[in-house]
Design a binder for this molecule. Structure first.
Ligand code: NAD
Length: 511
């Protein structure tokens, strides 16, 4: 295939590339600071190769100082003892400030991650909505009361903040993911230490600026920039941390469970996925094809919810594959700064090679490349793009059918019976999300019941709402974000039993 067959958007306006890199520093106890050893790391825009961020590189000293600050702030009640109304007021102020800074944050998100600017703007808008939703939860924190335990007893179940939360985030949706965690932790009354990915530190720092401007007390949110070692690791082992909320790879998630076990911290994990879209022969093929193309190319496939395998009834498999290929050619790949671009750059050269090696292995295992299958050159930009890729003849034993490729690479599998479709959909270590396409409501409901996934979409793909919990089964994670369940992750339960009157029969006879 030549790339002439694709829709490419060459480099255009370079005027929004920064003349100077963004300077990102740690936020510890209300102060912006450099690392004690002066360490820094840099981030270049994956699409343009321009230095966009220079960040302080945290070590043990900064991480310990941030944890101590969060501990002090929690223990003295400067945040947790505020009423829900006051906490909500501050979260709403942050949401307004995010709206005000939307353009600036979105540009930085695009420059660091390589995602299209129109998508980045939508994500920042969505993030502001999460802060508003969490504000509503801050005003409806309640437990249970038990008034039927006997005439002399009243029982109460109180909800209290867990305490100090370590929040560790990945590079693919930096601002959105921190906003799926932090406002919920704050609504609950927790304090936090936040570590963004070393590839995308800037927008979390921008959020820190807005938190201070909104009037958040010092020490309630601390930000440490740097790598998994030592920053992330210490955040998961330190005795002063009560819980860890992590989004990232399943491999690191498993290591966090192990390291947090020494102090039995609560752990909440949002990990990888190998999400199937199952297309039955009676599906609305037009809608299914569009959703398949969206599901695989959104965020260049660097998405935990990527619909990276489709499982199609053999009667329509060739038609669906051909139509997906035709539509894939129309998806605008290219300069993330161009508002018409829908798919941008791959986050790093290492990740680009990893994507490519999955494709090479699939071919060696007997699969067929139907579209793409290699790096993509876009005029005027770095060599960090990957072609829209469709691979058919994939069987469930192949690595490409089981492992998270995290790129714009679609695997096509086939089935003949409903049971076969369910078996294929469930044949993965992951269980994040799944989709079903059929005009028969019974088929959709039966699929919904039998598929092992935290989210099931029927005749749609990748919609999301602040009100609806999100998370995974099996090796896709532990716990849930968003909705009331997202708040519950940051709450402890305390049981209170109160005797009414002095009628209790003595345990020891004192006669
Ligand atoms: P990653 O696991 O490499 O890194 C995630 C974060 O963990 C980064 O901040 C990193 O510095 C930190 N980290 C690395 N080693 C650590 C350690 N030993 N202890 C503590 N922290 C450590 O993941 P990534 O490459 O940044 O992100 C991609 C992965 O994230 C994919 O697997 C994707 O599926 C997953 N993801 C999941 C969801 C979800 O909601 N389920 C959402 C987005 C991304």
């Amino acid at each position: 295939m030549t790339t002439h067959d694709l829709t490419l958007i060459a480099a255009s306006d370079r005027s929004s590339l920064p003349a100077e890199p963004f300077s990102a520093r740690h936020l510890i106890d209300g102060n912006w600071c450099d690392s004690a050893d002066g360490g820094v790391f840099e981030r270049h825009s994956p699409a343009h190769g321009v230095l966009v961020t220079r960040a302080s590189s945290g070590g043990v000293a900064e991480t310990e100082a941030a944890i101590k600050a969060a501990r002090r702030a929690f223990d003295d009640g400067r945040w947790s003892s505020l009423g829900g109304k006051d906490r909500a007021t501050l979260l709403l102020r942050v949401a307004d400030l995010i709206d005000r800074e939307r353009g600036r944050i979105a540009l930085m998100e695009t420059l660091e991650s390589g995602k299209p600017i129109s998508q980045a703007k939508a994500e920042i808008e969505g993030a502001a909505d999460l802060w508003r939703y969490a504000a509503s939860l801050a005003r409806s924190l309640y437990g249970d009361s038990h008034n039927a335990l006997g005439s002399d007893m009243l029982g109460m179940v109180l909800k209290e903040p867990v305490g100090v939360a370590s929040i560790i985030t990945p590079w693919n949706f930096p601002f959105l993911i921190v906003s799926q965690k932090l406002p919920f932790a704050l609504a609950a009354g927790c304090t936090a230490i936040v570590k963004p990915s070393e590839l995308t530190p800037a927008t979390t720092v921008m959020l820190g600026e807005l938190l201070l401007e909104a009037g958040l007390p010092a020490g309630v949110v601390n930000i440490v920039l740097g790598h998994g070692q030592p920053v992330g690791a210490l955040m998961t082992t330190h005795a002063d941390v009560d819980m860890v909320s992590f989004t990232g790879s399943t491999a690191v998630g498993k290591s966090i469970v192990a390291s947090a076990s020494a102090t039995l911290k609560k752990v909440s994990l949002e990990l990888g996925g190998k999400n199937p879209q199952v297309v039955f022969a009676d599906a609305d093929i037009d809608s299914a094809v569009d959703a398949i193309v969206f599901g695989i190319y959104f965020n260049a496939g660097e998405c935990c919810n990527s619909g990276s395998r489709i499982i199609v009834h053999s009667d329509v498999a060739e038609e669906v594959t051909e139509r997906v290929i035709a539509l894939s050619r129309k998806v605008p790949f290219g300069d993330p700064l161009n508002p018409d671009t829908q798919v941008g750059a791959i986050v790093s050269p290492e990740h680009q090679s990893k994507i490519d090696s999955y494709v090479t292995t699939a071919v060696a295992e007997g699969a067929t490349i139907r579209l793409g299958g290699g790096p993509l050159t876009v005029a005027g930009l770095q060599d960090q793009f990957y072609q829209p890729t469709v691979i058919s003849g994939v069987t469930s034993g192949m690595a490409i059918a089981r492992e998270e490729v995290f790129g714009p690479v679609l695997s096509v599998l086939q089935f003949d019976t409903f049971d076969e479709a369910i078996a294929l959909a469930n044949d993965a270590a992951y269980g994040l999300s799944a989709g079903v396409w059929s005009e028969n409501v019974h088929t959709c409901l039966e699929f919904t019941r039998r598929v092992r996934a935290g989210t099931v979409w029927t005749n749609t793909w990748m919609d999301g709402f602040a009100e609806l919990p999100f998370g995974g089964m099996k090796e896709s994670g532990l716990g849930r974000e968003l909705g009331r369940y997202g708040l519950e992750e940051y709450l402890e339960v305390k049981t209170v039993q109160m005797r009414i009157g002095r009628t209790r029969a003595p345990w020891v006879s004192n006669r």
